[in-house]
Design a protein around this ligand. Structure first.
Ligand code: NI
Length: 248
C-alpha cells in the first residue's frame, strides 16, 4: 500500500489498524559508469514496495535526495545541506504525526545519510521534550535501518559477490536496479576491474581518488537474478523488522 496511491479515507482506515509507516530514504548521486543516479533511492523504494504489497504496510513517498556533497564532481548528482535535510525530515515527521502516526521506519539506501537522519531524530525528540501539551501522548519513535544491514542480507551479499562488492556503486545495489529497470542499467567494462579504496572528504578530492566514481567495487558483476534474490530476502527481513518496531 503506497501513500501517494491512496485516498485520505484509505489512510484513515489504515490508521485504525496501524500507527506505523515505512519511508524509503536515499540519494540522487553518481553510481559509477553503469549504476543509475537514483540507485540509493531506488533500492529501498523497490524493497519497501515489495514489503508493502506482501504485508499491507503503508509505504510513504521516497525521500530521494540526501547527503551527497562528495559526489558533486560527477554530472547529475544533487545534494542537500545537512541542516536542510534535518529540517525536511522533521517536517515530514511532523506532518505524519499530525495525522496520528507514531512509528516512522526509515529504510535507508545511502550510508552517507545516517548521521544526518540520526541528528534529525534528535531534533524531533528535542521538540517533543519541550512540548508540554504532548506530555500525555504516546511517544513518537523514529527508526533508521540501512537495507544492506537487514538480517541475512550481509551473508547473501557475500555469497553472491565474494569479490568486488566494495562500498560504493556495488554489484548488489546495481543488481537490484537491474532487476527492476532492465533497460536502464547498461553493460560497461570496468577499468580497473576493481576500483580503488580509501577515505572520503570533499568532491574535488573524491574525483581525484576515484576517477570513475566507484569505491572498491566491480559493478559489472551486477545481474538481475542476484537482484531478484536480494529484493525477496530484504523485503522479507524488512517486514519482520517493521512488525517488531510497529509493536514496540
Ligand atoms: Ni549506493
Amino acid at each position: 500500500m503506497q501513500l501517494h496511491l491512496s485516498s485520505w479515507p484509505e489512510v484513515d482506515a489504515y490508521l485504525k489498524r496501524s500507527k506505523a509507516i515505512l519511508i524509503p530514504v536515499g540519494s540522487t548521486e553518481q553510481h559509477g559508469p553503469n549504476g543509475l543516479i537514483g540507485t540509493d533511492a531506488l533500492c529501498p523504494e523497490i524493497i519497501a514496495r515489495r514489503a508493502g504489497d506482501e504485508a499491507g504496510i503503508l509505504v510513504g513517498p521516497t525521500f530521494n535526495v540526501g547527503q551527497s556533497q562528495h559526489h558533486m564532481g560527477f554530472a547529475g548528482t544533487i545534494t542537500l545541506q545537512p541542516s536542510t535535510m534535518i529540517a525536511a525530515v522533521k517536517d515530514w515527521t511532523d506532518s505524519l504525526r499530525r495525522h496520528g502516526f507514531e512509528r516512522l521506519y526509515w529504510l535507508n539506501g545511502h550510508g552517507g545519510n545516517a548521521a544526518t537522519l540520526n541528528a534529525a531524530f534528535i531534533e524531533i525528540y528535542h521538540s517533543a521534550t519541550f512540548d508540554w501539551a504532548g506530555a500525555d501522548r504516546t511517544a513518537l519513535r523514529c527508526m533508521l535501518r540501512n537495507w544492506w544491514e537487514l538480517p541475512g542480507i550481509g551473508e547473501l551479499v557475500r555469497r553472491l559477490f565474494p569479490v568486488g562488492e566494495g562500498s560504493h556503486a556495488t554489484p548488489s545495489e546495481v543488481s537490484i536496479t537491474r532487476y527492476a529497470f532492465p533497460d536502464a542499467v547498461k553493460d560497461v567494462e570496468m577499468s580497473p576491474r576493481i576500483a580503488p579504496v580509501g577515505p572520503i572528504f570533499d568532491a574535488h578530492d573524491y574525483r581525484r581518488r576515484y576517477p570513475d566514481g566507484r569505491i572498491g567495487s566491480d559493478p559489472s558483476l551486477a545481474n538481475a537474478e542476484a537482484g531478484e534474490q536480494l529484493i525477496a530476502a530484504a523485503a522479507k527481513a524488512a517486514i519482520s523488522d517493521f512488525k517488531q518496531f510497529e509493536a514496540s
